[in-house]
Ligand binder design. Structure first.
Ligand code: SF4
Length: 233
């Protein structure tokens, strides 16, 4: 039996995040402008200082339905494998599962991708690249968290350099549990995402814009060598 008291404070990374406050409040100048304060002075002008904006739905309903259908049927997946669960994406590309028939395809760069599949455990070093890649993706964009490690820590729940919950750092639209989930489960997760998009309920991107300060505080708490723009765009 696990002695819960013994392991109560075992993950210092997650314990810090629970407070949801920032040690230094220096990532924005005012409500509209980011400071990029961790960059050298000469590099600040290379990056945008604008914050992400909430994108309201189009009110002309037939057009919104058509756009959501088109988005759902053309999911381009960022080919960035964060952990061992990412290997499950490869079978989906074979003739047996053939995700091309659902309009899904892997893309090599965040600028071309609309879906970020977090494929397993996330170390602090990887989290930094995940934040940067997610912010570089153009909207509308969605996140699928695959594997127990990405959702609740999995077998790395007490690791000193692995985060437990990816949704403390970027918004997640669909979770696929398992260690590791079979390709059918991953495919089912993507199909769930398609349905959410068509129903207009995949709002992770807007959640990120709404709670930007909360996400940024969490990210900056665990990423100690923050030497990138406050919003990577
Ligand atoms: S849940 Fe299992 S398969 Fe997935 S990243 Fe963790 S250890 Fe690897």
């Amino acid at each position: 039996m696990i002695d819960k008291d013994k392991y109560k404070d075992v993950n210092p990374v997650e314990e810090e995040v629970k407070t949801l406050e920032s040690p230094k409040n220096n990532w924005y100048v005012d409500e509209k402008t980011l400071a990029n304060a961790d960059l050298p002075e000469e590099e600040r002008e290379w990056f945008s200082d604008a914050r992400p904006q909430v994108v309201p739905p189009i009110r002309w309903t037939p057009m919104e339905k058509f756009l959501n259908w088109a988005r759902a049927k053309s999911l381009w997946i960022l080919a960035f494998g964060t952990g061992c669960g990412a290997i499950e994406l490869r079978p989906l590309l074979t003739a047996r599962y053939d995700i091309s028939r659902f309009g899904m395809a892997p893309r090599p760069t965040p600028r071309q991708a609309s879906v970020f599949m977090i494929g397993g455990y996330v170390s602090l070093k990887t989290l930094k690249r995940i934040v940067r890649s997610y912010e570089q993706m153009q909207g509308p964009k969605f996140v699928v968290a695959v594997c127990s490690c990405a959702i609740n820590g999995g077998m790395y729940w007490d690791s000193y350099n692995t985060i437990k919950r990816i949704d403390n750092y970027i918004p997640v639209d669909v979770y696929v549990t398992g260690c590791m989930p079979r390709p059918e489960a991953v495919l089912s997760g993507f199909q769930k995402l398609q349905q959410l998009i068509m129903d207009g309920k995949a709002e992770g991107q807007n959640l990120y814009a709404e709670k930007f300060d909360w996400y940024k505080a969490n990210q900056k708490k665990v990423i100690k060598d923050w030497n990138m723009p406050d919003y990577n765009w």
